[in-house]
Unconditional design. Structure first.
Length: 137
């Protein structure tokens, strides 16, 4: 029990708890945003299962470059346009933004609209480009 009464050890315990929390944070925060896929898995969903790519960035960002065959549906308009994004609500949907931060809101809106399989692209368009995958302008 002397281990817990020494102030130096208490500081080390506090550092261990904080660092453990910081390591766990990405996993915890990702759970709130739903399923996510990396660029390689997104490519497989698109090619093998005909996933619909929905770009939720604003029109100017979309015009600068977007994933091939991506449909533009800015986040502000997503709820109104959700019904017409895919013919089959069972088809996989991949939500794309610039860095992956705005995708959680879109993910929730599409689930609420009745889409069963919704994914967010981890890292967004930035990660897509870093993986060496093409953009269309």
């Amino acid at each position: 029990m002397n281990f817990f009464t020494d102030y130096n050890n208490l500081a080390l315990i506090a550092v261990a708890i904080v660092s453990g929390g910081l390591l766990a944070w990405p996993t915890i925060s990702r759970g709130a945003g739903g399923k996510s896929v990396n660029p390689a898995a997104a490519t497989q969903l698109i090619n093998r299962r005909g996933a619909v790519v929905v770009d939720i960035r604003d029109t100017a960002e979309y015009a600068k470059g977007h994933l091939p065959q991506a449909r533009s549906a800015p986040l502000q308009e997503l709820s109104a346009r959700a019904a017409g994004l895919a013919k089959d609500k069972g088809a996989p949907i991949i939500v794309v933004c610039q860095t992956g931060q705005r995708s959680a809101k879109a993910h929730a809106a599409l689930k609420e609209a009745g889409y069963g399989e919704v994914y967010s692209l981890e890292g967004g368009v930035t990660a897509w480009q870093q993986a060496g995958l093409p953009l269309v302008k």
